[in-house]
Write a protein that binds this ligand. Structure first.
Ligand code: B12
Length: 219
């Protein structure tokens, strides 16, 4: 019997919130075969990730489970792209993402997956990055958004340098920052367009930044 599309989307979502990591690829492939549109499946995986974030906030799960969930979504996206071929949804925008001045990568990974499952193309430039690395990547990919993870206080002056360098290079990409030592006030004082406290905010704020600039970033 062919399952109703809504039922399959819910199963994908529940698979992620239930952390049943062995099932995600098969479920996504079955859903594609059943004719569910890629953007609906991405939406189902995003809901799954949202569900995990909620559990995390209520301390029902810890950080390791969040990473398992993100890895499941990464596998799900890969299975979706492999099995849906040319039907790939048009990206919402291009994001350059990196960690400024330190090697921390956990938060950046979660942010990357949340952005990807929300429909963004993400160019992850890694950790221990300097302003010039962001500038180089933003020019190379034509970034709509430059997103920075800032995990240590000694990277804060580099954030200021980055904002100045983006201006002087005439790069009009929107800027988003987050990480353990950041908050909204500091982000504003440094000249960032937005601050996000976690991966889900990173995704929703990136969408809002794109909408505010008419869907094309500010390039
Ligand atoms: C794990 C860890 C490490 C690991 C990193 C391993 C790795 N491969 O990533 C290691 C051991 C390498 C490390 C090293 C150091 N660390 Co460290 N580390 C941590 C720790 C314990 C956890 C970080 C983590 O993964 N959190 C889990 C993830 C999920 O959370 P998160 O990263 O905060 O990300 C979330 C949000 O912040 C947000 N977010 C993150 N990035 C972005 C980006 C955007 C755009 C948006 C919107 C949102 C967003 O969304 C994420 C999830 O939803 C933190 C303590 C802490 N509680 O944060 C210290 C911490 C960040 N480290 C710290 C320090 C000082 C260091 C060292 C400098 C220590 C030293 N003296 O050597 C070195 C760095 C050395 C160097 N070479 O530069 C300090 C920074 C304090 C400060 N005031 O500067 C912290 C806060 C610990 C502390 N309380 O002192 N560290």
């Amino acid at each position: 019997m062919i399952e109703a599309p809504k039922g399959m989307e819910k199963r994908v979502e529940d698979c992620i919130t239930g952390l049943r990591h062995g099932e995600i690829e098969g479920l996504v492939r079955d859903a594609v075969r059943a004719g569910i549109a890629p953007d609906r499946l991405m939406g189902a995986m995003l809901k799954g990730l949202e569900g995990l974030q909620e559990k995390y906030l209520y301390r029902a799960i810890g950080t390791p489970e969040l990473f398992v969930g993100a890895m499941m979504v990464e596998k799900g996206i890969k299975a979706l792209l492999e099995s849906s071929g040319s039907e790939r949804p048009k990206p919402l925008g291009r994001v350059v993402l990196g960690t400024m001045g330190s090697p921390h990568e956990g938060g950046r990974y979660l942010v990357k997956i949340a952005l990807e499952v929300s429909g963004f193309d993400v160019c992850d430039i890694g950790g221990n990055r300097l302003p010039r690395d962001f500038i180089h990547a933003a020019k190379e990919v034509g970034a709509d958004i430059v997103a920075v993870s800032c995990m240590v206080v000694y990277a804060i002056p580099l954030l200021k340098e980055l904002i100045e360098a983006l201006k002087s290079e005439g790069i009009k990409a929107k800027t988003l920052v987050g990480g353990a030592v950041m908050d909204a006030g500091l982000a504003r004082d440094l000249g960032f367009d937005a601050y996000g406290k976690d991966m889900m905010e990173a995704a929703s704020i990136a969408k809002a930044l794109m909408e505010a600039s008419g869907g094309t970033g500010s390039r």
